[in-house]
Design a protein around this ligand. Sequence first.
Ligand SMILES: [Zn+2]
Ligand SMILES: [Zn+2]
Length: 192
Amino acid sequence: MTNLARTAQLDILVEGYARRPNVAGTVSLVRDADRVIIVDPGMVAARDLILCPLRELGVRPEDVTDIVISHHHPDHTVNIALFPMVPVHDFQWVLEGDVIRTRDADGVHLAPSVRLLATPGHTPQDITTLVGTPEDVHALTHLWWSAEGPADDPYAPDRELLREQRERVLQLAGVVVPGHGAPFRPSGSTPR
Ligand SMILES: [Zn+2]
Ligand SMILES: [Zn+2]
């Protein structure tokens, strides 16, 4: 990870959870250089749970420059339209207005300290956003739902691929920001 700077500011706007029938996706704000990036504007109990913390951080929805979606499930995408039309980045496309640009997300730098990785596992369309802050490298990813599991992702079509990508991310990041839980530092008991 030699070319990832460590200048970003990361704020978790919503800490996700999955306690059926109640589900919220983790929603994050990443600021680096001239970019203001929302990662996974997904399902929450009320939209103010995204907008209020954003406002408290001094960010207006129209200040947001980019949206990244970790994958295509609606619990991580339903609130994209809270933000005026900005580029939406997924594993293969950048969507803006009615324009689709195709590119492979793996290795794409959105800012000096923000890099996308293609990490198929939870779904074949998953990407991880690596964020370098002065404190650590954070992986915003659905390779883990939460620190507590499930160890075996029930949605993963290929268990081996999930394991491979988890290992890859653990090599690169010191903190995991999972799809439905609090950020955690991986340990020996973290599911591989
Ligand atoms: Zn999902
Ligand atoms: Zn999810």
